[in-house]
Structures are given as C-alpha cells and as structure tokens.
Design a binder for this molecule. Structure first.
Ligand code: ADP
Length: 302
C-alpha cells in the first residue's frame, strides 16, 4: 500500500453555541493514501462538506488533528508553509457557476491562482499554461476568452477542475462535483477526474450524497451519518457486504441496471438506533470498519 497523504484523527467541528452545539462533524478518523480516491457518502446535512472544509482549513477545527504529508494542517504555520498547503490542497465545488466569477473569463479564472502565487510572470507563459489546462480538461484555447454564462454546466465544471489543477496540487477535495449535472454529463466528469488522477498522480476525497456514481471512482468508501463515520472499507466490500443498516439503506436507494433486479429492488428504510458510550468504529473484517457497540455489530453482521 502507498503512503498516507492525509490523516484525520478524531476531528470535531461544532457550530452554534457551547450550550447548543450543532455537532456537524463529531469525532471522525480516517486516512487517505497517496493516489487513491476515498468516497465520502451520506445524506444531506450529515457533515460531509464540513469535513472537507475543515480539512482544507476553511474552518478552525473544534478538536482533533488533520495531518497532510505528516504536517499538522491547523498548527501555527509560517507564511511559506501556508502557501505550500494552499498549492497542494485544492477543492472542486458542486455548483461551478457559483464558484466562477461571472465577470472573469475562463482564462482569468484558471490563472487567478498563478497571480496570487506569483507564478508565470510573462503573458505568453501564462497563456501557454492556461491552454494546456483547458486541453487537459477537454476544452480548448478558444474557450479562454469566454465568460461563465457562455458555458454549459458540464463545461463550467471542467473549468472548475482546470482552476483546481492550476497550482499542480497533489490532493483534491471534490465536494459533490457532479450532483448539479445531468446524469448523462456526470459520467463524463467522473471519467475526466479518473483520467487526471492517473496522469497527475492525484489523490481525491470525493464527496457525494448517494452511492450511485461513487462506486465508479472510489477505491474506498466512508459512509457518514449525523457527524460520524458509520462504515469504512474498500468500495467493493461496501457494495457487496455492507454491515451498518444505514449503509444498507443507502445502497437500497441505488437503481440497478438489470431491469429484472430493478423490479425486485426493495428500499430499506433506516431506523436510527441510539448507541451507548461503548460504540466505536471497529474493524469487523480486515480493513472494513463499522461504527456501533459490539452487540449491535454482532446483530448487524448476520
Ligand atoms: P453535508 O455536506 O453532508 O450536506 P454539512 O457539512 O453541510 O452537511 O452540514 C452538516 C451540519 O452542520 C448541518 O446540520 C448544517 O446545517 C450544519 N452547518 C454546516 N455549516 C454550518 C455553519 N457554517 N454554521 C452553522 N451550522 C452549519
């Protein structure tokens, strides 16, 4: 197995007041290995975005630790170290229209990071890099002078991806990058992300609210529910041998390609069971973790 690029240890991110905290992320731990894609899945409001935003330092975390390439992300940092983090970790957002400035051309949006980091001083050099990024995401140099409203949703997401790649990052958090796109376009964007991962040795945290597309991109999947990771394992293991009832419920919502199986598919409704303080994320099978008490897990396994 390759090196750990990211280590998240007992991460907590609370909002609200200390009397009335909103426990958006409530003590989660996981690692991401270099070159892999970890899918982070769960229904809306379970804390996925907050996890991504905490990792990339958009928030001061409440508790816990995030290490990127061995270094504490939230520790006091020199300006130089901060800049380095900012280059290496990038984010792709759900709504590419909202994340692009309507008054900027695609070329300006893509090169904004260069300006901030003082890279590529000459105009010609900048243009060359922008053109190669546009090409890398399946667009071309003619697109550089157009504005966000002149693009389709899928093309805008491609520009969002080119922008994220502009500083040559090693780790990308993709926060529901395909949720706002037509189903026919979703697969294209997933394929593009896979191709870029292979070409540039990227590591992804891929956030999604359902399991349907996540299967095609993830090596491992973490299932999140109410601020906690309830199941974590290899993607095929999560699909074929889910243990936590919440994972089973999420899987039962995925339409099946075979019409016969699809007709027989039954939705499983998850009924939340309170767990006592002994509940933990336990390794039930090698590299397959489930959150619960021992009694619950024994019951769910059968
Ligand atoms: P997801 O990405 O899974 O939809 P979020 O991480 O956006 O979930 O939100 C998790 C919980 O935290 C929700 O209850 C949400 O309302 C709350 N939350 C998220 N961001 C904030 C914030 N900045 N202030 C207060 N509450 C927040």
């Amino acid at each position: 197995m390759s090196e750990k690029i990211l280590e998240v240890k007992n991460l907590k991110q609370y909002f609200g007041t200390s009397k009335n905290p909103i426990k958006a992320v409530d003590g989660i731990s996981f690692d991401i290995y270099e070159g892999e894609t970890l899918g982070l899945v769960g229904e809306s409001g379970c804390g996925k975005s907050t996890t991504g935003r905490s990792i990339i330092r958009l928030y001061d975390i409440t508790e816990g630790e995030v290490r990127f390439k061995g270094k504490n992300v939230h520790g006091t940092k020199s300006r130089k170290e901060m800049k380095q983090f900012n280059r290496e970790m990038q984010m792709i957002f759900q709504d590419p229209y909202a994340s692009l400035n309507p008054r900027m051309t695609a070329g300006e949006a893509i090169s904004e990071g260069f300006e901030i980091h003082g890279l590529y001083k000459s105009k010609a050099e900048r243009k060359e890099v922008v053109d190669s990024l546009l090409e890398a995401v399946g667009l071309n140099s003619e697109h550089a002078n157009r504005y966000a409203h002149e693009f389709s949703g899928g093309q805008r997401q491609r520009i969002g991806i080119a922008r994220a790649l502009s500083l040559n990052p090693s780790f990308i958090i993709a926060d529901e990058p395909i949720s706002a796109l037509d189903v026919s376009i979703q697969a294209q964007v997933v394929n593009l992300l896979k191709k870029l991962q292979y070409e540039r040795n990227l590591t992804y945290l891929f956030i999604a609210h359902d399991l349907s597309m996540v299967k095609y991109i993830s090596d491992r999947i973490a299932v999140m529910y109410m601020g906690k990771i309830v199941e974590l394992g290899r993607a095929d293991e999560i699909y074929n041998h889910p243990i936590h009832p919440y994972t089973k419920s999420l899987l039962s919502a995925v339409p099946l390609p075979d019409p016969l199986s699809e007709r027989k598919r039954k939705r499983i409704i998850y009924v939340h069971e309170e767990a006592d303080d002994s509940a933990t994320l336990q390794e039930v099978y090698p590299n397959h973790f489930v959150y619960g008490t021992s009694e619950q897990i024994d019951r769910w396994k059968v």
